[in-house]
Write a protein that binds this ligand. Structure first.
Ligand code: GDP
Length: 196
């Protein structure tokens, strides 16, 4: 799969607005500021990402980027910010759970975690919830450039150990948008999901 020329297709605020032409899609999730936009940019070279995903008030939407015919990456809003009004938060949680539980085209979730703050409560909930749907989840421990090789590797092993109970449904890797660590590995994982 060529991820280099992804283009923004549309934002959806309701399940009924999801593209009907999708046959396979992978969604990116993560706490706000973990580095999700940067990771998506690094993997895809999506130039319109910052504009589409960071416009205030649009962050609660599912943003669709087309990478090939019938194949999409979906940018989910960053979670963990209490800034959103209650009603919007409730709408978003409902939409997200419906999306993950019912979207047939969804092949897997990429979860972005800052390597210095892995496995926060939100991340743990997401992992438990996604795997309970029998969907695979691939974790990018991003900003790996912030740690030396030794501490980065030991964090990777520790996270892998903590998630071993989920078996093959969960995988973890080091990533850095800054120095391009792990881009090929992430693309190979996406390929395996899209080709399946
Ligand atoms: P998002 O809110 O999850 O989309 O996070 P962003 O991609 O906007 O990144 C949040 C902050 O972390 C920004 O200041 C980025 O420059 C920084 N950042 C993101 N990825 C990396 C990385 O791999 N290494 C370093 N050092 N900083 C990063």
């Amino acid at each position: 799969m060529n991820y280099n020329n992804a283009i923004f297709l549309k934002s959806a605020n309701l399940i009924t607005q999801l593209p009907t032409e999708s046959r396979a899609e992978v969604a990116f999730a993560g706490r706000s500021n973990a580095g999700k936009s940067s990771a998506l940019n690094a993997i895809t070279n999506i130039r319109s990402l910052a504009r589409t995903s960071k416009t205030p008030g649009r962050t609660q939407l599912l943003n669709y980027f087309q990478i090939a015919e019938h194949s999409f990456l979906v940018d989910l809003p960053g979670y963990g910010y209490a800034k959103v009004p209650g009603a919007i938060q409730a709408h978003w949680e409902q939409t997200l759970s419906e999306y993950i539980e019912t979207r047939q085209e969804l092949r897997g979730i990429v979860l972005i975690m800052d390597i210095r703050h892995p496995l926060k409560a939100f991340d743990q909930q997401m992992i438990a919830w996604v795997t309970s749907q029998n969907l695979p989840i691939h974790i990018l421990l991003t900003k790996a450039d912030k740690l030396k090789r030794g501490p980065a590797m030991s964090t990777l092993l520790q996270v892998q150990r903590e998630l071993a109970k989920y078996g093959d449904l969960v995988s973890v890797q080091l990533f850095s948008s800054l120095n391009a660590t792990g881009i090929d590995e992430a693309r190979l994982k996406l390929d395996s999901w899209f080709i399946d």
